[in-house]
Design a protein around this ligand. Structure first.
Ligand code: DX5
Ligand code: ZN
Length: 226
């Protein structure tokens, strides 16, 4: 099993000290900066928009993992490519012509991801899975940080991994929502390749240390124990 990636979600950072928190992630053992864009329509919350992403990109030294929780994401594919996004993930539930959206993300030079809400069946990705670089399994209902992890997520990860294997897709599986040291081992065992964590990291006493410990533990689990 290859090493699991850690993607701290900046939604839980201190926005009054955003540069400080981005630099903390830069210094840390984390792999990606997870950036949540919410439009107040697809989800009942608004996070931050392009000027903030531009400011994040200016200071971030790791790949930008952008998670769009917005309706009709096609409108902003080029914008996020220009802002320096490495991964662009759209929601299955927000795309009428998902195949076209995925191709447009790749044509714009980014890795293409599709996120699934907790109620969305993983089988719905069967016909596009070979085109995907990433599948994001939501383990809470999108819209807010700090929610409780939904236990059914483990089964969804196992199922999507099976589809990936059967189709020889290169897609990796990311899990987002309520992730902590408590469920990380079981998530990796189920097949998670990337763990997004917001509150668990930024609400801890020493976020850099929390990332270090999570990374050490996930390395141990993914390489030696599972
Ligand atoms: C939720 C977002 C998450 C959020 C996770 O809609 O997609 O990335 O920041 O936060 P925690 O880890 O606090 O559940
Ligand atoms: Zn997210």
């Amino acid at each position: 099993m290859s090493k699991v990636k850690i993607a701290p979600s900046l939604l839980a950072a201190d926005f009054g000290n955003l540069q400080r928190d981005i630099e903390l992630v830069n210094r840390s053992d984390a792999d990606w900066h997870h950036i949540d864009i919410m439009d107040g329509v697809f989800v009942p919350n608004i996070s931050y928009g392009m000027p903030v992403v531009e400011a994040i990109a200016k200071h971030a030294t790791k790949p930008l993992d952008v998670h769009l929780m917005i309706v009709d994401p096609d409108r902003y594919i080029k914008t996020f490519a220009d802002l320096g996004a490495t991964n662009l993930t759209v929601h299955y539930e927000a795309c009428t012509h998902l195949h076209r959206t995925i191709q447009a993300i790749k044509d714009a030079g980014m890795k293409a991801g599709v996120a699934l809400n907790p109620h969305t069946n993983v089988n719905l990705l069967k016909n596009v899975i070979k085109d995907l670089d990433l599948v994001l399994i939501m383990s809470v209902n999108p819209g807010f940080g700090g929610q409780s992890f939904i236990e059914n997520t483990y089964e969804k990860i196992t199922d999507i991994k099976e589809i990936i294997k059967m189709t020889e897709s290169k897609a990796i599986v990311e899990v987002d929502g309520g992730v902590s040291a408590k469920n990380a081992k079981a998530l990796i065992k189920a097949g998670a390749d990337v763990l997004v964590a917001g509150s668990f990291i930024f609400k801890s006493e020493d976020p850099e240390k929390t990332i270090k410990e999570l990374k050490l533990a996930t390395d141990r689990w993914s390489i030696f124990e599972l």
